[in-house]
Design a protein around this ligand. Structure first.
Ligand code: TXD
Length: 321
């Protein structure tokens, strides 16, 4: 059986790490596309030359031609500019919408049957735009945000409770902006509620809440925290890891439940927008949304986050996209 093929559109920081992760895992052969001449060819050659060391046979090709993405099973898009310090994700809107439109046209023409994962920011708008331009079925166009945001939240919980992060289950819903919704009530360590453990640790419910609030806040601002430290770009190791996890779920038809930016058609009371929710990822892309019972406070937080998504999409439309 031929190996699967993944095309990465955007060969910058995230694209480069993605190429390496995918090749190392032999998840698929990799085509790395960028508009910058020679750079994707250089990166893929560099990664491929480590194949004997790391023992992988996946083939890698760098390109500046959309023709090379033909026959891709999966496409992961990171094309676009990252945030600079002080910039909001929304500031990126106009620049990245132009780029996304051209990428969507290239993908539509050359890989019309692929499933597509989008990473470029502002995420919720870019996913919407890509789907509108291509007309691809909604289940085959998915955004990556929740896997990363949830991993950040889970990491903070693991560090706080001094437990293995492998045992932490915590999820973030909503848009990929500062109004995202870390679900505190459902956060657990192998079934043990995190809040209860915090209360035991501090012997004080108010202090436990304060510690959790700080972790929630850090999760919401985690992208910006990295931007501030890096100064010349945004997070790239962790977004690449997150999209690789989604790619594995899709290509392996794993039915993993991963928080993803998917199209909602009534679920969670949202009609016709892409929003981050728990989704079953398999061979058909987003196969199903798992709805969660939210209390009043959680629903209000989600509504608020959905509101920023609808505003962002309206801004994009006003700009002519
Ligand atoms: O979780 C998430 N979704 C994210 C998203 C987390 C972190 C960063 N996130 C966003 O991903 C970030 O705000 C950016 O919009 C994208 C890509 O981030 P990356 O750090 O990889 O940016 P780079 O290194 O600048 O790479 C972008 C590449 C660069 O090589 C450009 O030459 C290329 O995109 N580019 C294009 N490729 C193809 N086609 C076009 N038109 C194009 N324009 C630029």
């Amino acid at each position: 059986m031929a190996r699967k093929k993944i095309a990465l559109i955007g060969g910058g920081q995230i694209g480069g790490v993605l190429a390496q992760l995918i090749a190392h895992r032999e998840l698929a052969d990799v085509v790395l596309f960028d508009i910058v001449e020679d750079m994707p060819q250089g990166k893929t050659l560099d990664i491929a030359e480590a194949s004997r060391i790391d023992g992988f046979d996946a083939k890698l090709k760098g390109t500046n031609s959309y023709k090379d993405i033909e026959g891709s099973d999966l496409i992961i898009i990171t094309a676009g500019l990252p945030r600079k310090p002080g910039m909001s994700r929304d500031d990126l809107l106009t620049t990245n919408a132009k780029i996304m439109k051209s990428v969507a046209e290239g993908v539509k023409e050359n890989a019309p049957n692929a499933i597509v994962i989008i990473i470029s920011n502002p995420l919720d708008a870019m996913v919407t735009l890509f789907q509108r331009v291509t007309g691809f079925p909604h289940n085959k166009v998915i955004g990556q945000a929740g896997v990363l945001d949830s991993s950040r939240f889970s990491s903070f919980i693991a560090w706080e409770l001094d437990v293995s992060v492998k045992d932490v289950n915590a999820m973030v819903l909503g848009g990929h902006g500062d109004s995202m919704v870390p679900l505190v009530r459902y956060a657990n360590v192998n079934g043990v509620p995190v809040m209860e453990q915090l209360e035991r640790k501090y012997g004080d419910a108010a202090k436990a809440k304060e510690v959790m609030d700080a972790m929630v806040q850090r999760t919401k601002m985690a992208g910006g925290e990295v931007v501030k430290l890096l100064k010349t770009g945004s997070a790239f190791y962790s977004p690449a890891a997150a999209a690789t996890k989604m790619a594995e779920a899709i290509l392996g038809d794993q039915k993993r439940v991963l928080p993803s930016c998917v199209y909602l058609d009534g679920e969670f009371g949202v009609n016709g927008y892409y929003v981050g929710v728990p989704a079953v990822l398999g061979a058909n892309g987003c196969e199903r949304v798992l709805e969660v019972t939210l209390n009043e406070e959680e629903q209000a937080a989600l509504d608020n986050s959905v509101n920023s998504v609808t505003n962002l999409v309206a801004d994009m439309e006003r700009l002519g996209f």
